[in-house]
Design a protein around this ligand. Structure first.
Ligand SMILES: [Mg+2]
Length: 366
C-alpha cells in the first residue's frame, strides 16, 4: 500500500505563446493592435485534470517582449509545483508575491489556470467559486476608432447581433469623434451608447463632447476614462459639469485607488479587469467599490474567450455588474479556443458550463 496521492496536487505548469491575428486592427486613443500576442498557461494536476489561463498585456504597449513574458510566467509558475490546488487562495497570493505588479496579466494567467484546474477537479463551474449569483452576462460590443461610414456599418452589425449596448471609442480628434458617435446613433437609433476616451481628452474637451452630443439629442449613458488617469479632479469635473456618470478604468490599477476616487467623486463606476493586477486584486477592487457605493463594470484587454470567459464567470459569480464589456473575441480572425463563447445578444451563457471556465485552446492555436 503506497501513499494516497492528492489528486489536486499541481504536477506540471507550462507557459507558451498564444498568438492570433485580428480581423481588423483594434484601435483606441492610446494605441492600435493587429495581432493578439498573449500568454497561455497550462496547469496539470496529479489526477490528469488540466487548467488553462490567458494573459494579455495592454493594447497601448503591445507586447514586443513576449519571450520575457514567458520566462517570467515559467519562473513564477515554479512556486505552484507540488502545491494543492484546493488551497487556491494561498496559491494566488504566492503568485502575487512572485510576479511584479507591472506584469499583472501574468498574475491573471497563472491565477486563472489554478482556478480553472481546481474548479474542473471539483466538477464545478467557475462562477460558483466567485459566488454563483448569476448564470449569464450580457456584453456590449465596441465601435473602435474608425471613420463614420465604417462606424455605421459596425453599428448595424452589432444591432443585428441582438446587442443592446454599443461602446464607442473616442479621445482622438473631437470633430472626428463627434462624427463617429453621430453616425453610430443614426445607424442604431435604439441602442444604449457609451463613450470611452482612454485618457485622450482634456477635461474641457470631454465636457464639450458631451454637451455637443446632447445638443443633437444624443445622451451617452456613461463616459469611461475621459481624461488622463492621474487627473482625478478632471474626472470629477467631467462628472459634475457634463452631468454624466464617469467610469474609471486606467485610473484604477489597485484596490487602493478605489477609495480615493470615491472620496473625490471622480468616478461613479469602476472598470474591473483581471489583467490589471491579477484575480485577487480584481476581487478586492470590486468588493471595495461596492462597499463605497460605486457601480461595477467588467472589462478586459484584447483577450480570447479563455480570459474573457473567466471574466464572465467572475462578473456573474459576484453579480451586480452594471456594465459588461467582454467583446474582444469578436476581433479574432479565427477563434483560438473551443467551448464557451460570446453568443447572440452578446451573451456569455454560463449555465452550459459544467466545470471550470469551460474553454480550452484549440490544438492548432498552440
Ligand atoms: Mg477602457
Amino acid at each position: 500500500m503506497g501513499f494516497r496521492r492528492n489528486p489536486a496536487e499541481i504536477v506540471d505548469i507550462r507557459a507558451q505563446p498564444f498568438n492570433a491575428p485580428l480581423r481588423e486592427p483594434f484601435t483606441i486613443a492610446s494605441g492600435s493592435k493587429s495581432e493578439a500576442r498573449n500568454v497561455l498557461v497550462r496547469i496539470k494536476l496529479r489526477s490528469g485534470v488540466l487548467g488553462y489561463g490567458e494573459g494579455a498585456g495592454s493594447a497601448a504597449t503591445g507586447r514586443a517582449d513576449q519571450d520575457l513574458d514567458l520566462l517570467r510566467a515559467r519562473a513564477a509558475g515554479e512556486v505552484l509545483l507540488g502545491k494543492d490546488a484546493r488551497s487556491w487562495r494561498r496559491l494566488l497570493e504566492a503568485i502575487e508575491e512572485e510576479v511584479d505588479p507591472r506584469w499583472g496579466f501574468l498574475r491573471a494567467a497563472l491565477g486563472m489556470a489554478v482556478l480553472d484546474a481546481f474548479a474542473r477537479q471539483s466538477r464545478m463551474p467557475l462562477r460558483l467559486l466567485f459566488g454563483g449569483a448569476e448564470r449569464l452576462v450580457r456584453s456590449d460590443v465596441t465601435v473602435t476608432i474608425v471613420p463614420p461610414s465604417k462606424a455605421a456599418l459596425d453599428a448595424r452589425r452589432i444591432v443585428a447581433m441582438g446587442v443592446k449596448t454599443i461602446k464607442i471609442k473616442v479621445g482622438t480628434d473631437l470633430e472626428d469623434d463627434l462624427g463617429r458617435v453621430v453616425s453610430v446613433r443614426a445607424a442604431a437609433p435604439r441602442a444604449k451608447l457609451f463613450l470611452d476616451a482612454n485618457q485622450g481628452y482634456s477635461p474641457p474637451q470631454a465636457i464639450a463632447l458631451v454637451r455637443r452630443l446632447r445638443s443633437r439629442g444624443i445622451e451617452p449613458m456613461v463616459f469611461e476614462q475621459p481624461v488622463e488617469k492621474d487627473d482625478f479632479s478632471g474626472l470629477a469635473a467631467v462628472a459634475r459639469l457634463a452631468r454624466i456618470p464617469v467610469v474609471a478604468d486606467e485610473s484604477v490599477q489597485t484596490p487602493g485607488d478605489v477609495p480615493r476616487l470615491a472620496r473625490l467623486k471622480a468616478a461613479q463606476i469602476v472598470n474591473i479587469k483581471l489583467m490589471k493586477r491579477g484575480l485577487l486584486a480584481a476581487y478586492d477592487a470590486a468588493i471595495c467599490a461596492r462597499g463605497l457605493g460605486l457601480g461595477l463594470m467588467m472589462g478586459g484587454m484584447v483577450e480570447s474567450c479563455l480570459a474573457m470567459g473567466c471574466a464572465a464567470h467572475f462578473a456573474a459569480g459576484l453579480g451586480g455588474f452594471q456594465i459588461v464589456d467582454l467583446d474582444t473575441p469578436l476581433w479574432f480572425r479565427t477563434s483560438p479556443t473551443e467551448g464557451l463563447s460570446l453568443g447572440p445578444g452578446g451573451v456569455y451563457d454560463l449555465s452550459k458550463v459544467t466545470a471550470g471556465i469551460g474553454v480550452v485552446p484549440r490544438a492548432t492555436a498552440t
